[in-house]
Write a protein that binds this ligand. Structure first.
Ligand code: DGJ
Length: 735
């Protein structure tokens, strides 16, 4: 049983293979309090952790100090306006202008499997995979019902949470939700640090630790998208956590818009962590009978360091979030023309690239930005989704057919959410852009965001997507999104619903991508947002891979891909070999190293192959061969972080081990060469200690225990930015 209710103690216990999550109903008022989350417990009796037996006691025993209780108790879903002065999850405004919400337990139900969340991405599982708990709380005075939804996975250390708020009041009753977070966790502070992922354009998802102190700290997006800058993930880590040791509590939000993840220590040394939709400019009008569904938070506890958390998220997302027909398939090796040509291309040029690529074993040509309308640069034509026949005579069909004739697949770039002021679409419908009436909306990359919350606009965009995709044999789509949202305003929403726009926008994007998923199930969709600004679990529900960063430099990618792989499977990480000097940082790295780094992702090329040096071109067939040899392992195996250049400033190393532990691949990147040192010894992980492994291409055989506990020596390499792959294969002991 993954979920148990102990009637005598009024306690709920959720169990995963190695963790327990325990909460209980307290007091006559029916408060739902959190007791424990962490390493698995046999017994449910941990109610003492809620400290209701010590001052200020529960209101039942000490009503005169109710507020002191509310400000100290570990609430499972804290609400605003009644005396819990910490960060709460639910805040409202009634028509009378009041904000107090007090929730009491009403009922609960337990069932096998997991329900989907209407209109939202969410993890899924069969009856064998998981068990779910629904707890109904309500505020009778307001006529407000809150359903807390939990799922415990039976084979993974994952517990998910989400929340549904329903207005059950009388017909005229209107409640404005001003904040609906999805999860809260109160625990004693064990000297935790907060691990989070930060960046900027071309510098996404770099890891950062901050020690928790008194006060609130967190990560936020108010940009209408997940963002380059912050990521909807935090983990609480115990002191000196490593890959293999220490405690980690991971929280990841399955959402692609504004978010808040906050933690901090209060006056009593309690750590409260919350996560959900950012309340910034959020106000959802809930009429009687209406419900608001908040997105899902995925929680992972690891008592064995960061590595176990990482591999748990990887397994969850590969098996219980990504739905694409491509999720378990080897993806075609693509060549994308963006860094190769930017906007300066035509059919002839693309075919020349395709011919050169096909000869070397590359399997798909992706035509990036610039094939439609008057799109000769990034100042115009977004929204005009009609082929530019000047550039592409014969249209997409001719080009796709020619490319198919070479034995290659064909894919295209689109940015369906946007409109350029200099476009036929904008000239015809200037009111289709998100904007505040009377104020000229700010531009970003010279473009506006379409108000997809309006059905007629969404339908228009969908019609265009369908027309394009049906016009030729298109097998891949890169769906880009190159600006943040600002000047929020929709001509279709009443004034008291304008605060719904951010969330409605995200729902509309999900609606379009859901249609794409259903109507074109065989198309390989890669999401993208000016690089990796919308790399989040929400988008993975629709696409099995996401472009990780516009920075394709192999050395810059080390920290970006390390931070991304902390929670995302390598199969989801868009990674390409590009030209040098690198277009973002001007660095020159060996072609071989660029290949090794891209192999830890989806793998592809992004350069003009017709202008590549002969020496680099000659390396492509070998890289193609490596991809085919190792991609099953990289896509499906267990990922281990062995060393981090971000920490040691000299070298990076990661390892992938097949689930049956018969095969492993170690990638080593020496960023800086060094003089007069011994070779490095690296302790591998995840192997079978009782098995023997051969280093492929040699006759050297080591025990798994030797490789993990004594280590493998890596010879110093000559030069900077050098890299190597070590492939290990299990062999019979007497071999
Ligand atoms: C941003 C993407 O990240 C790039 O790869 C490229 O597709 C450009 N947009 C095209 O405008």
């Amino acid at each position: 049983m993954a979920v148990t209710y102990f009637e005598n103690q009024k306690t709920f216990k959720l169990d995963t293979p190695n963790t327990s999550y325990i909460m209980g109903i307290q007091d006559q008022a029916g408060y739902l309090l959190h007791y424990y989350y962490g390493k698995k417990l046999n017994q449910p009796d941990v109610s003492h952790l809620a400290r209701t037996w010590e001052p200020p006691y529960t209101p039942e025993r000490n009503d005169r100090d109710k507020l002191s209780f509310l400000d100290a108790a570990p609430f499972e879903y804290p609400t605003g306006g009644i005396g819990d002065f910490r960060e709460h999850c639910l805040e409202i405004r009634t028509e009378g202008g009041h904000n107090a919400v007090e929730l009491s337990y009403r009922s609960h139900s337990i069932r096998r499997g997991k329900q989907s969340l209407p209109g939202l991405p969410a993890t899924f599982g069969t009856e064998a995979d998981c068990e779910s708990l629904s707890i109904i709380l309500s505020d009778e005075l307001l006529g407000l019902e809150v359903e807390l939804l939990y799922t415990a996975f039976t084979h993974l250390d994952v517990i998910t949470r989400s929340v549904k708020v329903t207005n059950l009041g009388t017909k005229e009753n209107v409640i404005f939700l001003t904040k609906v977070l999805s999860a809260c966790l109160d625990m004693d502070n064990q000297d935790y640090s907060m691990l989070s992922l930060h960046g900027a354009w071309a510098r996404e998802r770099r890891m950062q630790y901050r020690k928790l102190g008194i006060g609130r700290q967190g990560v936020f997006s108010e940009r209408g998208e997940t963002s380059h800058q912050d990521h909807p993930f935090i983990a609480l880590t115990s002191p000196n956590v490593t890959q293999t040791g220490g405690e980690v509590y991971g929280f990841h939000f399955v959402y692609s818009g504004n978010f808040e993840a906050q933690t901090g220590v209060d006056q009593f040394g309690v750590t409260r962590t919350v996560m959900g939709i950012n309340p910034y400019n959020f106000c959802w009008k809930l009429r009687s009978g209406e419900a608001f569904q908040a997105p899902e938070v995925v929680m992972v506890y690891s008592g064995e360091g960061l590595g176990h958390m990482t591999r748990t998220y990887h397994d969850l997302y590969r098996n219980h979030l990504i739905r694409s027909a491509w999720k378990d398939r080897k993806r075609p090796i693509l060549i994308n023309n963006w860094e190769g040509t930017y906007f300066d291309f035509n059919t002839e040029k693309l075919l020349a690239i395709a011919r050169g690529a096909a000869e070397l074993g590359i399997e798909m040509l992706v035509m990036d930005d610039g094939w439609f309308g008057n799109r000769f640069d990034d100042n115009r034509a977004l929204g005009d989704w009609f082929v530019n026949e000047q550039k592409l005579p014969g249209g997409l069909k001719y080009l796709a057919d020619e490319i198919n004739r070479l034995g290659m697949k064909f894919g295209i770039w689109m940015e369906p959410e946007m409109v350029s002021p200099d476009s036929d679409l904008y000239r015809a419908h200037p009111d289709w852009a998100i904007q505040v009436p009377g104020r000229r909306a700010g531009l970003c990359r010279n473009q506006y965001v379409l108000d997809l919350t309006r059905p007629e606009i969404l339908e228009y965009v969908w019609e265009r997507i369908c027309a394009i995709l049906k016009s030729a044999h298109i097998e891949y789509v890169k769906w880009d999104m190159n600006r943040q949202l600002a000047d929020l305003g929709s001509f279709a929403l009443e004034s008291d619903r304008q605060g719904e726009l951010y969330h409605r926008y995200v729902l509309a994007v999900y609606e379009l991508q859901e249609r794409l998923h259903r109507e074109f199930p065989e198309i390989l969709l890669e999401n993208c947002s000016g690089g990796g600004a919308r790399f989040d679990p929400g988008m993975l529900y629709y696409s099995p891979q996401i472009w990780c960063s516009d920075d394709t430099d192999a050395i810059e990618r080390l920290a970006i891909q390390e931070g991304t792989a902390l929670i995302y499977p390598l199969s989801t990480i868009g990674a390409h070999v590009s030209d040098c000097p690198n277009h973002t940082v001007g660095r020159i790295t060996p072609f071989e190293t660029r290949g090794h780094v891209a192999l830890a992702g989806t793998f592809g090329y992004e350069l003009d192959i017709t202008r590549l040096s002969q020496q680099d071109r000659d390396m492509i067939p070998r890289q193609v061969e490596l991809y085919h040899r190792y991609n099953d392992l990289v896509r499906e195996g267990d990922y281990y972080r062995i060393a981090s250049y971000r920490e040691n400033h000299e070298f990076d190393c990661w390892q992938v081990v097949s689930k049956d532990r018969k095969q492993a691949l170690v990638t080593f990147v020496q960023v800086l060469g060094r003089a007069n040192y011994h070779s490095r010894v690296l302790r591998l992980q995840g192997l079978d200690p009782d098995a023997c492994y051969r280093i492929q291409g040699t006759d050297r055989i080591f025990g798994g225990d030797t490789l993990m506990y004594a280590g493998l020596s890596m010879e110093n390499m000559w030069g900077d930015f050098r890299s190597g792959l070590i492939s290990l294969v299990r062999v019979a002991k007497n071999n």
